[in-house]
Design a protein around this ligand. Structure first.
Ligand code: ARG
Length: 473
């Protein structure tokens, strides 16, 4: 197999490459072969490479550039190559550099002369741009599907906890009571935007570079619309130079993935905090925690920590591709071979972290008593008291804020909550306060009152759950 990739006999220089070695007297130095080869990673593109070649061969025949007999030989040969790769019987060769030449060399072994006609009116430059686009397009679809599953889990849990009161934070200081369902739905919005970015990226990148050839187009009478539509692209790319040198689609994928990884990392950080005995807002089961080898009492949220940690890889991948591209003149440079590994690694990471996060969201249980205890700390209904002063006594909000501050200080001094103060205590600060004020000081009353659109009232959350199911699932 792959006889074109013969190694050198001891003491002899290796043979030149059969696919492009016409003007070469000898093959590459060992280290040259090693730095040059991409087959170790671009073999991942095999299905896309074969699909692209089949579309190209079919078009060449329709345009009368190759015969139908040659086309038939090429198509059935490519199917055979695909079967060999799919079944793990294919022998990849580093001497053949990349997936494109590995496939073509094997095709030649299988069908002989017609294989040499497949590369007519094509270059590896438009070939790799096409293959990689097809791969990234699928990756965007997988990202979107994974996000949808995560949203489904969040929406289910939000429905369950629509009325569960927890502290809402600003500056990680208790701010106002919210419901746990409302908090979970905030992430549904973020992941919905991530899905939108994936869809936007997909629509933008769905143009076929095939037929750009090396960089300038080709004198053959090719039909780029035909190959574009055979591969599910909306249209051919408009400029051949751009067609072979653009990697924006990979950057779009990585920036979408990076923003999504950032969202996942924020949620992961909250899960880590919520699991601590200091917060005690949620519990993860044994399925999503690990023990410590020295401290028997520990149950660590490792999966959440790793979702948080792995965001670094994805953001790193975006950086590495941006930096690789930023100095490249038009059109193709071999640097661009370095575009694939960051994308492959980011994609693998995204699949893993999305599945782990979806698992954790389905697994967690809210510790309603723990949330309750935390929400009593930090005077979370102080704003409700100020609002009561405004609405019932006609006091301007700024002044009401000031009065409330004095009431909070009083409660703090007594080591109690606002609703534990007596009416006399309150009236010591503002004489016109009446018994009615106590109705707004409970956390339940506080969340129930926040019925403004997008607010945290349990009835809003239930309606938002319903709307989210319609919008996203
Ligand atoms: N393996 C190459 C890559 O991934 C394919 C394109 C090679 N083109 C070339 N002109 N050497 O970028």
């Amino acid at each position: 197999m792959n006889s074109s990739a013969k190694n050198a006999a001891p003491g002899q220089a290796p043979q030149s490459n059969e696919l492009w070695g016409g003007r070469f007297a000898r093959g590459p130095a060992e280290i040259m072969e090693k730095i040059n080869a991409s087959i170790g990673f671009d073999r991942k593109l095999w299905a896309q490479d074969i699909a692209g070649s089949k579309a190209h061969a079919a078009m060449l025949a329709v345009q009368g550039i190759i015969t139908e007999a040659d086309r038939d030989a090429i198509l059935s040969g490519l199917d055979q190559v695909a079967a060999e790769i799919a079944e793990g019987r294919f022998q990849f060769s580093t001497a053949l550099e990349d997936i494109h030449m590995n496939v073509e060399a094997r095709l030649k072994e299988l069908i002989g002369e017609p294989a040499g006609r497949l590369h007519t009116a094509r270059s590896r430059n438009d070939q790799v741009a096409t293959d990689f686009r097809l791969w990234v397009r699928d990756a965007l679809d997988r990202l979107e599907a994974g996000l949808k599953e995560l949203q489904a889990a969040l929406i289910d849990r939000a429905e369950e906890y629509a009325g569960t009161v927890m502290p809402g934070f600003t500056h990680l200081q208790v701010a106002q009571p919210v419901t746990f369902g409302h908090h979970l739905l905030a992430y549904v919005e973020m992941f919905g935007r991530d899905r939108g970015r994936a869809r936007d990226a997909r629509a933008r990148m769905n143009e076929s570079p095939l037929g750009s050839a090396a960089l300038a187009g080709t004198p053959y009478p090719i039909d780029r619309n035909m190959t574009a539509s055979a591969l599910g692209f909306d249209r051919p790319t408009a400029n051949s130079l751009d067609g072979v040198s653009d990697r924006d689609f990979a950057l779009d994928y990585l920036s979408t993935a990076s923003i999504c990884a950032m969202h996942l990392s924020r949620l992961a950080e909250e899960i880590v905090l919520w699991c601590t005995p200091q917060f005690r807002f949620i519990r993860l089961s044994d399925a999503f925690t690990t023990g410590s080898s020295i401290m028997p009492q520990k149950k660590n949220p490792d999966a959440a920590e790793l979702v948080r940690g792995k965001a670094g890889r994805v953001i790193g991948a975006l950086n590495s591709l941006l930096i690789m591209m930023k100095g490249l003149p038009l059109t193709y440079s071999k640097d661009m071979q370095e575009d694939k590994e960051p994308v492959f690694e980011a994609e693998e990471t995204m699949a893993l972290v999305l599945a782990a996060m979806t698992g954790m969201i389905r697994d967690l249980t809210a510790d309603e008593a723990g949330m309750r205890k935390a929400v009593e700390l930090g005077f979370p209904t102080a704003t409700d008291l100020a609002d009561w002063l405004v609405r019932n006594l006609g006091i301007p909000f700024r002044e009401a804020h000031h009065i409330t501050g004095r009431v909070v200080k009083l409660a703090e001094g007594k080591g109690c909550g606002l609703s534990d103060l007596s009416l006399a205590d309150m009236q010591g600060v503002e004489q016109r306060i009446t018994q009615d004020v106590f109705a707004v000081l409970s956390v339940e009353a506080s969340v129930a009152s926040r019925t403004s659109s997008g607010g945290t009232a349990p009835e809003n959350v239930r309606a938002a759950v319903k709307a989210a199911r319609e919008r996203f699932l």
